[in-house]
Structure formats: structure tokens, C-alpha cells
Design a binder for this molecule. Structure first.
Ligand SMILES: [Mg+2]
Length: 342
């Protein structure tokens, strides 16, 4: 599916779970949503794991410790231990440890996940700008983070201390709607100080590096639901990716994606790990996949044929992305998506 030059393994007759040694799975919108497991996730991950694929869980959320995340996953029916979980707190702690002396004090505005990750790297979390910190770090602190914490960070940043952020996701989904994420909290301190933080989380290289260091993956496959974190992060890291449509991205957004956001593969949900992913073939009438042919005709994206909706979407991606080149496809995809059953 991807237009990139990196050669992907032949997955037309081989499951992704066999073609790649490690799945680097995003959590929200992929494994769970609003505290419950996403449809088919538990069973698909069980089969992939039993088939020998190593499963790792990669989250930009710095609030919870890997232990707490693993416990939650296990409760949902996805057995995991702390070492299977990689957080942006761990990535930012390594980023800080690379730049300050061992044993340094770091002012923390965030949750327990961040404090545990700093201690793991030999750093000392402190709570006040007057505790002689040498750096400031911000991570998602949950709904109870007090406004005064932003003041504390601002005092320290204004004194010229290096400032770090676990991630800059502006929002965080909750069972009751969309809440401000750590990116919004970072904006508060940015507005107060005019400074710029160093950021670790997806899609940036420190997070990818942390993930590869901790999993030892040789043929990793990033699995995610967000184009601008999961998929862009995979592309920045130079590894293949699977977009699942169980989270925030829908088929129309995928068709309109600029090259840096385009995944190697797409599927409806995590059952896509267990199947082959058919090649899309370019022909005279357009791009063929399964029983579908897709093309741009008279300024419109069109699909003809019949068969699995996902094959239709794969053919449409090839048509839209070829038409868009290095840009984004602005063509209306509504009718074509309806035609393939999406
Ligand atoms: Mg997600």
C-alpha cells in the first residue's frame, strides 16, 4: 500500500504477526478505549502472541507507571508485565539523563509515572523551583494536577533551566469526552515563559529510540490509530506501520493523508495482524486490490468491483496518494467510500 521506497516483506500470503517479530502497539483506540477493550483486540493479540510475536505497548501517556499499565491490560484480558510497556515518561527521563549529571534534581510537574521513570535513570524528582533543580519536566498529571504546578514550572523555566516534556498531545480522550492533554499543559508554561521544551513522545525520535532499546525488536511493526503520532513516528523511525480504524482516524482522513502520515498497512481492527495484507497492483484502469479497482476519474475518486471493504480502501489509498503525490488528496471520497462499504 505504501508509496515509500523501503521494501516491505511479502505479506500478501503471510500474516503480519509472522512477517514482523514485534508489534509496538499504541493503547488508546487500539487495545482499549474508555477503559474497555476494543472489539477483537483481546482475541487477536492472544493469537498473535501464541504464534510467537512479541507484543509491546507504547504510550505517550506519562501519568501511569508501566506496572499500572500492565496491570490494567492484564485485567482487560491482555496479559502483560511492566517490561512490555514503554511510556513517554521513560523516553523523556533518558533524554534528561543524557544531558545532566547523574543524581541531578529535576522539578516534576506530572504524575507518578514520571517520578518512577526519573528515579530509574538515577535522577531525583523534586517538587519546587526552590529545591535546586537543574531541569524541569512536564508530563500528563491527570485531572487533579493543581494550577500552582504550572507556576512552579514557569518560575524554574524563567530562571533558564532546561525544560522537557514527555509529549505534546493537546488532548486526551476520556469516557466523558475530550480533555486537555499534556500538550495543553505545556502551552500554559510556554505562554508564561516564551521558552521551548525538548519533547520525547511520539512521533519524535526519543520515543522510538526508547522503544527499540527496551524491546530489542529487529523487525518491528508499529500499530496505531493516530496518523500524527503513531504513524508519523513509525515513518520518522523508518519502520513499517499498521493503521487500525478503531480509534480517532477514519477512512476519509486516511485518504487525505500527506506522505509523512501514510501507513504501510491499514485494517479495520487488530485482526489485521493475523492476516496477510494484499498488494495493490497498478493497472490500466487504476489500482486493483482484491475485487476492487480504484481510480481518479473526472476529478473524483471512484471505486468499482466488489469484495472486502478493506481491499477497496487499500485500492483507494493507492489512487488518492498517487494523485496527491507529495501533497494531500483534496478530492471528495464520500461516494467512493460508500461504494466499498465504508
Ligand atoms: Mg491511540
Amino acid at each position: 500500500m505504501s508509496q515509500r521506497t523501503r521494501t516491505r516483506p511479502d505479506t500478501s500470503a503471510r500474516a503480519l504477526s509472522e512477517a514482523y517479530d514485534t508489534a509496538l502497539l499504541d493503547l488508546d483506540g487500539v487495545v482499549y478505549a474508555g477503559g474497555v477493550a476494543v472489539a477483537h483486540a483481546v482475541d487477536a493479540l492472544k493469537v498473535a502472541r501464541e504464534g510467537g510475536m512479541h507484543l509491546a505497548y507504547v504510550t505517550n501517556n506519562a501519568l501511569r507507571t508501566p506496572d499500572a499499565v500492565a496491570e490494567h491490560l492484564t485485567e482487560l484480558g491482555v496479559p502483560a508485565v511492566a517490561s512490555d510497556v514503554i511510556t513517554s515518561a521513560q523516553a523523556v527521563a533518558r533524554l534528561i539523563a543524557d544531558q545532566v549529571p547523574g543524581g541531578s534534581r529535576v522539578l516534576v510537574v506530572g504524575g507518578e509515572g514520571l517520578r518512577v521513570a526519573l528515579r530509574e535513570r538515577g535522577l531525583v524528582p523534586v517538587e519546587s523551583a526552590d529545591d535546586d533543580p537543574v531541569a524541569v519536566v512536564q508530563g500528563y498529571g491527570g485531572p487533579d494536577l493543581a494550577w500552582g504546578r504550572f507556576a512552579e514550572a514557569s518560575y524554574a523555566v524563567a530562571r533558564g533551566l532546561p525544560w522537557f516534556a514527555s509529549n505534546t498531545d493537546l488532548t486526551i480522550p476520556s469516557a466523558r469526552g475530550i480533555a486537555p492533554g499534556n500538550g495543553a499543559a505545556v502551552e500554559v508554561v510556554r505562554i508564561a515563559t516564551g521558552a521551548e521544551p525538548q519533547v520525547a513522545g511520539k512521533p519524535l525520535p526519543p520515543m522510538h529510540r526508547e522503544t527499540i532499546l527496551r524491546t530489542g525488536a529487529e523487525r518491528p511493526l508499529v500499530v496505531g490509530d493516530r496518523l500524527d503520532t503513531d504513524i508519523e513516528g513509525a515513518n520518522v523511525g523508518g519502520v513499517d506501520s499498521l493503521l487500525v480504524l478503531t480509534g480517532v482516524t477514519d477512512a476519509a482522513q486516511l485518504l487525505a493523508a500527506a506522505p509523512k502520515y501514510r501507513p504501510t498497512y491499514v485494517d479495520a481492527d487488530l485482526r489485521g495482524l493475523l492476516t496477510g495484507q494484499p498488494e495493490v497492483a497498478a493497472g490500466d484502469g487504476g489500482f486493483g486490490c482484491g475485487g476492487w479497482t480504484a481510480a481518479v476519474r473526472d476529478g473524483e475518486l471512484v471505486a468499482d468491483g466488489e469484495g472486502a471493504a478493506m481491499d477497496g480502501l487499500r485500492a483507494l489509498c493507492a489512487a488518492a496518494w498517487t494523485y496527491a503525490g507529495d501533497g494531500t488528496c483534496g478530492l471528495d471520497a464520500g461516494k467512493a467510500l460508500e461504494r466499498v462499504g465504508l
